[in-house]
Design a protein around this ligand. Structure first.
Ligand code: GLU
Length: 475
C-alpha cells in the first residue's frame, strides 16, 4: 500500500506551493488507496513558531481533504539521532571538529555548496582520536562520508523530471547532526521517510538536488529507495519564483479563503498548476481529479500563477470557482452561503425551506461566496446601496412614479407570482405611457440597488411581496 507524506516546516503561513504539494500527495494516496501522512518538520526551533503552525493547520483544514496519520519531527529526534549514529557505526559518517564548518552548518545546508567538499584531516581522523576529542567535550558536526570513488555518480529516476545523475565530486560531506546534536533536515527527513515506510516522495522541484544526498543516506542504511516525483515551481507572471516577501497575499492560501472561494474551487485551480488530465478538462470534481491523477500528467516547466498588484486572485481560479459554485448541488452551497453571510454580519430573512431556491437563483452569475454579500446584499438586508448605474435607471423619466404605482397595485393583487407581477407591471407601463423596460430596469434598481442579477420578475418573488412593496413605495 502506497504511503506518501506532506512535510511542511512551520516557518510561515501555508504557501500556495505547499498547498499544491499537499494536494498532489493526497490525490496520489487516494488514487492508489494509500495513506496520506502529515509530517510537521519542526526541528528548527529557532525558525518555527506556533502561529505559523496554527496557520498551516488553518489552511489545511480549509482545503478540507484531510489526512490519515500525523507526526511531528520534534517528537522523533531520538530516532533521527539514533539513525545518524547507525550511519557512523557503519563507517559512513565522521565527526568534524572544524569550527569553521560548524558555523557553515548553522548558516544553512546549502551554504558554500560544491565549493567545499570535505576536510581530509577530519574525514581521515583515527577512531581513537575522534572518540577522545568527543569525550573531552569538543563540539563537532557529524558528517556523511560521501563515497569518493573516482567517477562515481549518484543516480535516480524522477517520475517527473526523468533520469538524474550527479557526480560525488559535486556533493559535499553534508551534515547529519549539527554541533548542538540536532538533526539536519536531510537526516531527519530520511530517517522519518524510512521509519514511516514512505513509498513515494512528492515534493517541490527545489528539493530535486537534495535527493542525491538522500539517496546516499538511504543506501548507507540499506533502505530501499522510495519513488521520487518533484513538482514544477510556481512562478509569478514575470517568471520570478513566488515568494512570501515579494508577492504577499497571492502566496497565502488564506487570501483565497478570505475572498470567499470554495475550498474545492481552489483545489481544482491548484491541481492545474503543473498538472493536466491531458484532455482539456478543467472543471473537475474531487472524484474526477482522483481518478485522473498521475505523475505522467505533471509538466516539467514552471507553472505561472496569474495575478497583479491590484488583484491577488488568478482569473482562472475565479472562473473555476464560479463554475463550481453554479454547478455543485445546491444543498452543499446553502450552508456555505449561510456561514458566509453570518461571517460578514448579514442577517437571514429566509427560512430553511426558502433559502435553497434563492441561493440557486442568485448563484447563476456569481464567482465567490462573497458575491452573495455584495452583489445580492439586498436579498439579505434592507441596508443596501444603489450603485450609480442603478440610480440612472431610477432617474429615467416617469420611472419613480410608475414604480410607486406598481407598489400600490401589488399590495392589492390576490396573487404574487412572476406572471402576476409581470402582468401588473405591463399594465402600469401601458397606463402611464412608459416602456415596460423602464419599469423592469427601474424595479431591479429599486429592489436590489444593482443593474444586473436574476431575471427581472424572479427578483420580485425572491424578495417576497412585503419587501417589494416597501421598497417600491418609498422609491
Ligand atoms: N520540510 C521540508 C520543506 O518544507 C520538506 C521537504 C520534503 O518534502 O522533503 O520543504
Amino acid at each position: 500500500m502506497p504511503r506518501v507524506r506532506f512535510a511542511p516546516s512551520p516557518t510561515g503561513y501555508l504557501h500556495i506551493g505547499s498547498a499544491r504539494t499537499f494536494i498532489f500527495n493526497w490525490l496520489y494516496a487516494r488514487r492508489h488507496d494509500g495513506a496520506m501522512i502529515l509530517r510537521i518538520d519542526d526541528t528548527d526551533v529557532e525558525r518555527n513558531t506556533q502561529t505559523s503552525l496554527d496557520s498551516i493547520f488553518d489552511g489545511l483544514k480549509w482545503l478540507g481533504l484531510g489526512w490519515d496519520e500525523q507526526y511531528r519531527q520534534s517528537e522523533r529526534i531520538a530516532l533521527h539521532q539514533e539513525t545518524a549514529w547507525k550511519i557512523f557505526a557503519a563507517g559512513m559518517a565522521y565527526r568534524d571538529f572544524t569550527p569553521a564548518h560548524q558555523g557553515e552548518e548553522e548558516r544553512g545546508e546549502e551554504a558554500g555548496k560544491a565549493a567545499w567538499l570535505f576536510n581530509r584531516e577530519m574525514r581521515e581522523m583515527s577512531a581513537e582520536e575522534s572518540e577522545r576529542r568527543a569525550a573531552a567535550g569538543e563540539p563537532f558536526v557529524l558528517r556523511f562520508k560521501v563515497p569518493r570513488d573516482e567517477g562515481r555518480q549518484v543516480k535516480f529516476h524522477d517520475a517527473v523530471y526523468g533520469p538524474q545523475a550527479k557526480s560525488v565530486n559535486d556533493i559535499e560531506d553534508f551534515a547529519l547532526l549539527r554541533s548542538t546534536g540536532m538533526p539536519t533536515y536531510h537526516m531527519a527527513s530520511c530517517a522519518d521517510d524510512i521509519d514511516l515506510k514512505i513509498t513515494q516522495i512528492i515534493r517541490g522541484q527545489d528539493h530535486l538536488s537534495n535527493t542525491f544526498k538522500h539517496i546516499l543516506i538511504f543506501d548507507a542504511l540499506g533502505a530501499g529507495l522510495p519513488e521520487f516525483a518533484h513538482l514544477p515551481l510556481l512562478v509569478a507572471p514575470d517568471g520570478a519564483k513566488l515568494s512570501k516577501r515579494k508577492h504577499g497575499p497571492v502566496v497565502s492560501v488564506m487570501t483565497y479563503e478570505a475572498a470567499g472561494f470554495l475550498a474545492h474551487g481552489y483545489v481544482n485551480f491548484l491541481c492545474l498548476l503543473g498538472w493536466s488530465p491531458k484532455n482539456d478538462r478543467e472543471q473537475m470534481s474531487r472524484e474526477e481529479l482522483v481518478a485522473a491523477f498521475s505523475f505522467e500528467g505533471i509538466n516539467r516547466s514552471n507553472a505561472v500563477v496569474n495575478f497583479s498588484e491590484a488583484n491577488p486572485i488568478d482569473p482562472k481560479a475565479a472562473w473555476l470557482n464560479g463554475q463550481h459554485l453554479r454547478t455543485m448541488p445546491v444543498e452543499e452551497v446553502v450552508p456555505l452561503v449561510k456561514a458566509w453571510l453570518e461571517r460578514v454580519g448579514l442577517g437571514m430573512p429566509y427560512t430553511k425551506e426558502e433559502l435553497p431556491a434563492v441561493v440557486d437563483l442568485l448563484r447563476q452569475r456569481f464567482t465567490t461566496l462573497n458575491d452573495f454579500a455584495t452583489l445580492s446584499r439586498a436579498y439579505f438586508t434592507d441596508d443596501y446601496e444603489t450603485i450609480p448605474g442603478a440610480m440612472e435607471k431610477l432617474n429615467a423619466a416617469g420611472a419613480r412614479e410608475g414604480l410607486r404605482e406598481l407598489g400600490a397595485r401589488l399590495e392589492a393583487t390576490a396573487e404574487f407570482t412572476e406572471a402576476s407581477v409581470e402582468a401588473e407591471l405591463r399594465k402600469v407601463a401601458e397606463e402611464s405611457g412608459l416602456k415596460a423596460g423602464v419599469l423592469i430596469n427601474g424595479s431591479r434598481a429599486a429592489l436590489t440597488g444593482q443593474t444586473v442579477g436574476p431575471s427581472a420578475f424572479a427578483v420580485f418573488t425572491a424578495l417576497g411581496r412585503k419587501r417589494v412593496i416597501e421598497r417600491l413605495k418609498k422609491v
